[in-house]
Design a protein around this ligand. Structure first.
Ligand SMILES: [Ca+2]
Ligand SMILES: [Ca+2]
Ligand SMILES: [Ca+2]
Ligand SMILES: [Ca+2]
Length: 372
């Protein structure tokens, strides 16, 4: 930064007070972080002192107990940066930030008050203490539900300090900022669109904090949301009607068919139990279902002659009590398992010698037990 540019930035105020010794006051304004040796101000000119007087008066800076950031160059009659000034270290969030010191001369004793205002430079980005914020939110959370987010910090002040936030993406959540009396903001996100664990179990959002410097600086925090399951899906059978056929002499334990249902929920909300729900017939005695894998097996003796068809009603239920049902149409296949029986309907008790050829001796009916 050239001296001329510097001079333009310097705000100068001089008051001379009529005391026994000529007491004056001068103020400068400089940005923080100027390099060592940079010009603060032409103190000799601004106080109306010549360089000889500075030397003869052994002009020096008196800061009391505070650190000396600024030095007096008596040869040039100027104040220079002695130590880099960090406004944040010097004043924190206090504004304005200024250095106060005296310039003391002897023979005769004179002293002048000097105030150097240190203005802020946007040399800090807003930042979050935690780079990751985690939430576990139920998929049943209602629209309008509010979740408090973390605030960011920006060590700079004024326009260089934290100004606002943004949240992306905005598919499910919207950002809500609430201004506080102290100027800070409560940062929240509000559920806009219900979550659905079955569609998206994990969401990632980025919260960005932005300051008002030129150029703007920003800091981000990742928001990780795990969507917790609720039992909002019932089991669904792959088919409403299953068909099966079985020979009537099938052994106990023979696999008839396997039914299958699925449930989009997680854990016990999606764990399916199968059961046979017939109550009015002998299906429960003849068939059994494996409650976890849906295998339907023969557990009793079938008999084509007794029943040729069964309808098994099966229910799938999750641990939350949601259900679906299906039926199995079972055809029993006939096996030739009945020996013919002969019933003698009538017989002639006396067979005469002269019976004509062709006389019916025995009328027999041959039948198999059939029910048609
Ligand atoms: Ca700063
Ligand atoms: Ca800043
Ligand atoms: Ca379920
Ligand atoms: Ca669910």
């Amino acid at each position: 930064m050239s001296d001329r540019t510097m001079a333009r930035q310097v705000l100068l105020l001089i008051w001379f007070l009529s005391l026994s010794s000529a007491l004056g006051q001068v103020s400068y304004s400089i940005p923080e972080e100027m390099a060592k040796g940079s010009l603060v101000g032409n103190i000799a000119q601004d106080l109306g002192l010549d360089l000889k007087r500075l030397k003869s008066g052994k002009a020096r800076i008196y800061t009391g107990d505070s650190a000396e950031y600024i030095e007096l160059n008596k040869e040039r009659g100027v104040l220079l940066i002695k130590e880099r000034i960090d406004r944040e270290a010097l004043c924190g969030q206090t504004t304005p930030c200024a250095l106060h010191f005296q310039i003391i001369l002897e023979n005769p004793m004179e002293f002048y008050s000097v105030t150097v205002e240190v203005t802020d430079v946007n040399d800090h980005s807003p930042s979050f203490k935690r780079a990751e914020i985690k939430f576990r939110i139920s998929e049943s959370a209602v629209t309008g539900a509010v979740f408090v987010l973390e605030r960011a910090m920006d060590l700079d002040v004024g326009i260089n300090g934290l100004q606002t936030y943004s949240l992306k993406p905005t598919d499910n959540f919207a950002l809500k900022l609430q201004s506080q009396p102290d100027g800070s903001k409560i940062v929240e996100m509000v559920l806009q669109k219900p979550l659905d664990r079955e569609k998206q179990e994990h969401l990632s959002l980025v919260l960005t904090a932005i300051d008002g410097g030129d150029p703007q600086l920003s800091g981000t925090a990742q928001i990780h949301i795990t969507v917790l399951d609720v039992n909002d899906n019932a089991p669904v059978f792959t088919r409403k009607i299953y068909k099966a056929s079985v020979i009537e002499n099938a052994l106990k334990g023979t696999l008839l068919t396997t039914v299958s249902a699925s449930d989009m929920d997680e854990g016990s909300n999606g764990k399916i139990n199968y059961s046979i729900t017939n109550t009015q017939d002998d299906v429960p005695e003849l068939f059994v279902i494996n409650e976890s894998n849906g295998e339907v097996k023969i557990t009793g003796s079938l008999n084509y002659e007794k029943a040729r068809h069964y309808q098994i009603h099966v229910q799938a239920s999750d641990d939350g009590g949601l259900t679906d049902s299906c039926k199995i149409d079972v055809d029993v296949i006939d096996i030739n398992d009945n020996k013919p029986t002969i019933s003698i309907m009538s017989k002639l008790t006396i067979l005469s010698e002269d019976s004509k050829s062709g006389t019916v001796v025995i009328y027999a009916e041959c039948s198999r037990f059939r029910f048609w």
